[in-house]
Design a protein around this ligand. Structure first.
Ligand code: IVH
Length: 688
């Protein structure tokens, strides 16, 4: 049946409107409609297209997902080669100065001539992509390949909702947009969280994730991976007068509806480039995606043309990197550290090396299993990584560089690492539970390593919040044998404190005031402050809410503990073990005697239990989760799953082929969410 004109008109409207919402949501980060309304428009368009297949256009938002499985990617010859950029080796200011000096020299600018104008951009750490728009319609997306020939990845690129399928405004006959596909850190984290929840393989890092997803032959798998895109340049154009500067070109791309990163700057001279490099490095960790440096480009196209190319690199652009986050160094030895909970962590002592902007002398090896898996030994040359504020870690060894074997015995010079049998701090036995990766010192509160950290934890802001009782002081108090357990804190006097090094009378008084203030606390904080293994802030809140009083909590046995939401056998066992230790109970008694009081049964925040008190109903088939998995996830987040929609339903989780439940939910005005939203909620909480 031919589509009547009003249906065709409506389909056109819907396409435009949905893409407008996509752009607002994915590019401008400023949603214009509630999700349910978006879903309604989307479904209306799907229905129309199903009824009148001839209304289905390639730029329809319904066509982003769901191509066929490809045997291989077809080659694509780039009309304009995809170039690479030269990298300045110096990661300091000299890098920018060298580039500016080269540009000035090549342009034959006298020393007193004006400063050269540049655009400073971020160097995104993903995969270069060329998007080809013909008459405004996205017709092809290709990888860089060798720069001349790439691979046709159109099907996968179409799933990236930031990328317009049709350009806004008057589009050129041909416009090739070059840019970077990447995976944002939050998307990477929540994707991995979901994979872990489903017991599936996780992605290694956002960059591999982006590259792997774009080159994924199964479009369904590719569509599951949340990717993003930033445009930063042009390939072939026809029927378009390009603006005369690069900055205006980027503005034009943004006006076409393409995502262009706003963290960019028109900079004059080397000084402003250096400032951009420095400021960006400072902000690097707070960006929601990875970058490995910045890029400078001469702004005026006339100057770009004058500068031209050397081999495959333009002379008008340069990458100015940040200090490397991965370097090679040598393992001088493997020590173990004892943590607050007694966890024994092997640590590689390293030949000092500059990485991620600091000198690193130690790197964590996480646990004995990890050391065995990575096969790290003293004398090995290893890759060490330090990204942002993350603890430096040993990524891998370079096997070829392992020192020779003993000439006589043929044995490697250094034997494999073995866990010590006794705690290096207190001499207590080291134990490792079955199936447990972590070995622990059994010395509990007697082990000085744990004692210090237990005190620090007790005084921490989110625990009893004793301002001024920090690292150094705890160190002094424990070393001077003044404080052995948290209860001793409340017996401190002004004289004892003032007698400590670097502690004046004034600071001593301030600290005593803070200690006294800390007595007024909450049960949740108190439970958290005890430092029971596996009891974090959220669990402590649940326990406080559930038991309502310390007495009830102390009296609870393993079974009673498991009645608490989110408390499973493991957590219950570690609480029970803690409460079975007379020494711990003695500390608690002494704390109470010191006059600690709290608001019993306080109202507590829900933490990650985002669906606490909510009722959800499931319908249809979800793209990746099975029903019982969804149910488990919702229940773990405090929600209830009901069989039928009623006025009491808070959310309907709808998948494909949702039937009458969806209709009832719509009628009752109940919020309908899909799997992706559900997972977002579970990850980030529900925004009402
Ligand atoms: S411009 C003619 N700008 O870095 C210059 N490239 O070797 C062509 N990259 O893999 C590239 N961020 O994908 C340019 N703001 C940016 C970039 C950028 C990342 C990547 C690019 C390519 C490599 C250049």
């Amino acid at each position: 049946m031919a589509a009547p004109a009003p249906a065709a008109e409506r389909a056109r409207e819907l396409r435009a409107e949905i893409e407008r919402h996509n752009h607002a949501y994915y590019v401008l980060d400023a949603p214009t409609v509630p999700d349910a309304e978006y879903d309604r428009l989307f479904r209306e368009l799907q229905d129309l297209e199903q009824q009148y297949p001839e209304l289905l256009t390639p730029d329809s938002p319904t066509q982003r997902v769901g191509g066929k499985l490809l045997p291989a990617f077809a080659p694509v010859l780039h009309a304009v080669p995809m170039l690479s950029i030269r990298t300045e080796t110096d990661t300091g200011p000299a890098g920018a100065e060298a580039f500016d000096a080269r540009v000035r020299k090549l342009l034959a600018l006298p020393n007193d001539a004006q400063l050269v104008e540049y655009v400073a951009e971020l160097k995104f750490d993903g995969l270069a992509i060329s998007l080809r728009y013909v008459e405004g319609l996205l017709v092809q997306a290709a990888t860089r390949g060798d720069g001349e020939t790439g691979e046709d990845v159109t099907q996968n690129i179409r799933t990236i909702r930031q990328i317009p399928l049709r350009l806004t405004g008057v589009a050129p006959a041909v416009l090739e947009v070059r840019g970077e596909v990447y995976m944002s850190r939050p998307d990477f984290e929540s994707y991995n969280a979901r994979q872990r929840a489903l017991g599936r393989a996780t992605l290694v890092n956002p960059r591999n994730a982006a590259a792997g997803s774009v080159r994924q032959l199964d479009p369904r798998l590719a569509a599951e991976r949340p990717l993003s895109f930033y445009a930063y340049g042009l390939g072939e154009t026809q029927g378009w007068t390009q603006p005369t500067t690069h900055s205006a070109t980027l503005d034009a791309l943004a006006a076409f509806g393409l995502p262009v990163c706003t963290h960019r700057l028109v900079a004059r001279g080397a000084g402003e480039l250096i400032a951009f490099h420095r400021d960006t490095l400072i902000r690097r960790d707070s960006l929601p995606f990875d970058i490995d440096g910045v890029v400078y480009k001469v702004n005026a196209l006339s100057q770009q043309e004058a500068l031209g190319f050397v081999s495959r690199e333009p002379r008008w652009a340069v990458a100015h990197k940040f200090p490397a986050e991965e370097v090679l160094t040598e393992v001088l030895g493997i020590d173990v550290q004892v943590g607050r909970t007694g966890a024994i962590t092997p640590v590689a002592r390293l030949r000092p090396v500059f990485v991620g902007g600091v000198t690193v002398t130690n790197a964590t090896l996480h646990n004995a299993e990890e050391v065995r898996r990575k096969n790290v030994r003293t004398g090995d040359t290893v890759i060490v990584r330090r990204a942002g504020d993350v603890i430096p870690e040993v990524v891998a060894i370079i096997p070829e560089r392992r020192p020779m074997r003993d000439l006589f015995s043929g044995e490697p010079l250094h034997p494999p690492f073995e866990l010590p049998r006794i705690c290096p701090e207190c001499g207590s036995t080291v134990i490792r539970g079955e199936d447990e990766a972590i070995a622990r010192c059994s010395g509990g509160l007697y082990c000085p390593a744990q004692r210090k950290q237990a005190l620090l934890h007790f005084a921490a802001r989110r625990a009893l919040d004793i301002e001024g009782l920090g690292d150094k002081l705890v160190e002094q108090l424990v070393d001077a044998r003044v404080v052995h357990s948290p209860a001793d804190i409340y017996g401190l006097t002004c004289e004892t404190l003032a007698s400590l090094e670097r502690m004046g009378e004034k600071s001593a008084q301030n600290l005593l005031a803070a200690i006294s203030n800390s007595k007024q606390t909450t049960l949740a904080r108190f439970i958290f402050a005890l430092g029971i293994r596996n009891v974090g802030e959220a669990t402590a809140r649940d326990l406080a809410r559930h038991f309502g009083s310390l007495e009830a909590f102390l009296a609870a046995d393993g079974e009673a503990l498991q009645q608490v939401p989110d408390v499973g056998p493991v957590v219950a066992a570690s609480i029970a073990a803690f409460l079975a230790e007379p020494h711990n109970l003695e500390v608690i008694d002494r704390l109470r005697a010191a006059g600690l009081v709290w608001a019993e049964g306080e109202p507590t925040q829900s933490g990650p239990r985002v669906f606490a008190g909510k009722t959800l109903v499931l319908t249809g088939t979800l793209p990746s989760l099975k029903r019982d998995q969804v149910k488990a996830l919702i229940e773990a987040a405090g929600g209830k799953v009901a069989g039928a929609v009623s006025k009491k339903t808070d959310y309907l989780v709808a998948g494909e082929e949702a039937g009458s439940k969806l209709e009832s939910a719509r009628k009752l005005g109940i919020r309908v969410i899909d799997e992706a939203e559900l997972l977002k909620f579970l990850d980030k909480g529900v925004e009402e």
